[in-house]
Design a binder for this molecule. Structure first.
Ligand code: SF4
Length: 294
């Protein structure tokens, strides 16, 4: 008989040969903090979400910025970056066929406007950094660490720079505009999450966490300390306890906020007059993959 999600979480889930109680990425941790029901629909029900032009632009721009550093330093120019957009777009289409539904054939002008917005976002990058003077140590790096509680933390870091003195800078590109204070707290929580994993795995606290907002050309930099990261670890442990409790009780409560405007699940959300979907019955194999979301 299939075990319930609750049993699986309680008994531990084998990941890479180690029994873990569960796994969290910054995105899924952020989802639960934002709204438990959104977390449930995304992580447990795995409801499909149509890709948005903004999200796909972010993926394309990330791909260009990742590939740009494969080139010799002198070639990392704005024109070169723009010339890489089409290839990055093709790569995204190969990777996620849903993206091909973004623009119908008769919407060529919309596609052109969207590509122009990709170019404009990339231009902003060159106002903020000079990639000819940078040699990143890592790009699109997968990181993970197991906390003492056996909670696995994992995620992908856009870029890591290491100075000659060993100081680490963690860089994350955001293709949108810099947010208001409450939204910025969410982005910084994600950065502290990465800093915690790097500290645990490398024994060094990153000297700088840097968010690059390409939508409006703004840098947000933050220097974490040990107290910050210990507090982040405690917050993540508490978050996992709250997630376990929701699994046990089935109480995935909606939490209305300005972020609801970006939520794909309003039609299934009581806060918006929608009907709550029944909880899915899961097979154990589905639970192993409890939180791979990025
Ligand atoms: S619409 Fe808002 S309250 Fe409802 S599930 Fe989405 S984020 Fe949660």
């Amino acid at each position: 008989m299939a075990k319930s999600v609750t049993d699986q979480v309680r008994n531990g889930t084998p990941v890479d040969g180690v029994d873990v109680i569960g796994a969290l990425s910054p995105s899924r941790a952020g989802d639960f903090k934002t709204c438990p029901l959104m977390y449930r629909y995304r992580t447990i029900d795995r409801l499909p979400e149509p890709p948005s032009p903004d999200a796909v632009r972010g993926t394309v721009v990330h791909k260009v910025l990742e590939d740009l550093f494969d080139l010799p330093a002198a070639d990392r120019t704005p024109d070169q970056a723009e010339s890489m957009i089409e290839a990055a777009w093709s790569h995204v289409l190969e990777d996620d066929e849903r993206a091909s539904g973004l623009f119908d054939e008769d919407q060529g002008h919309e596609r052109d406007a969207w590509l122009a917005s990709c170019r404009s976002v990339l231009r902003k990058y060159f106002d903020l950094e000079d990639p000819t003077a940078l040699e990143p140590a890592e790009r699109e790096l997968y990181i993970e660490t197991l906390l003492d509680s056996k909670l696995l933390l994992r995620g992908f870091v856009d870029r890591i720079d290491v100075a000659p003195n060993g100081a680490i800078r963690v860089v994350d590109y955001k293709s949108g505009r810099s947010p208001g204070e409450s939204f910025e707290a969410k982005a910084l929580f994600q950065m502290r999450f990465y800093a915690l994993v790097i500290w645990k795995t490398r024994g060094v606290i990153p000297a700088m966490l840097r968010l690059i907002y390409l939508g409006n050309g703004e840098l947000v930099s933050y220097a974490p300390d040990e107290q910050d990261l210990r507090s982040t670890e405690r917050q993540l442990e508490a978050l996992w306890v709250a997630i376990q409790r929701a699994h046990e009780t089935g109480d995935w409560r909606p939490r209305k906020s300005p972020l609801c405007s970006w939520c794909s699940f309003q039609e299934f959300c009581p806060e918006f007059g929608g009907t709550l979907l029944p909880l899915p019955v899961q097979e154990p194999s589905e639970v192993v993959d409890l939180d791979l979301g990025e």
